[in-house]
Design a protein around this ligand. Structure first.
Ligand code: FMN
Length: 162
């Protein structure tokens, strides 16, 4: 990795984020992708963004589906984050981890569990550098109480005592 790339990773790693799994329909199933490049964009109308690498499978699928789901992970779900980032390490891993999807009334696949889920209609896509910024309009949402999974300096963390 070039010095600049490493510096960028180190500097940006100082920004603590949550972890989400972006879900999108694919032929015959559901594709999930771990993403921490997620943010709130607009309150009225409610919009969020997620940045997806140009090399990610999810990118074309998002364009094709025009809808996507976002699930915000809880602190005990780091194995799910790895699963959707690196793929199954053995054939039955999804089953073992209890990976389950449901479909919203509008047909968006959503990962079950987690602290919150957002059912999004694709509103805009902006290519910037080697990523695409997907803006989603949130048409339905749900949430529950619990502690979040945190990502900081390239590691999963739990929220410290407040
Ligand atoms: C903690 C963590 C956060 C990530 N955040 C993002 C992200 O915001 N955007 C992205 O494109 N890839 C991100 N990735 C990498 C993708 O999850 C991974 O490359 C994924 O396999 C690519 O998606 P694909 O299966 O659609 O090709 C992240 C990986 C990890 C472990």
């Amino acid at each position: 990795m070039s010095d600049h790339k490493q510096d960028f990773r180190r500097a940006l790693g100082r920004f603590a984020t949550g972890i989400t799994v972006v879900t999108v329909a694919k032929p015959g199933g559901v594709h999930g992708m771990t993403a921490n490049a997620f943010a709130s964009v607009s309150l009225e109308p409610p919009q969020i963004l997620v940045c997806v690498a140009e090399k990610a499978w999810a990118r074309e699928l998002l364009h094709a589906a025009g809808r996507f789901g976002v699930t915000i992970l809880g602190e005990d779900q780091r194995t799910l984050s790895d699963y959707f980032a690196f793929g199954p390490q053995e054939p039955s891993e999804g089953e073992r981890l209890g990976v389950r999807f449901r479909h919203s009334a509008r047909g968006t696949p959503l990962l079950e569990g987690g602290l919150a889920t957002l059912d999004c209609r694709l509103e805009a896509a902006h290519v910037s550098g080697d990523h695409t910024i997907f803006v989603g309009e949130v048409e339905e949402m749900s949430w529950s109480d619990g502690a979040p999974l945190i990502y900081f300096e390239g590691k999963y963390r739990k929220l410290g005592a407040t």
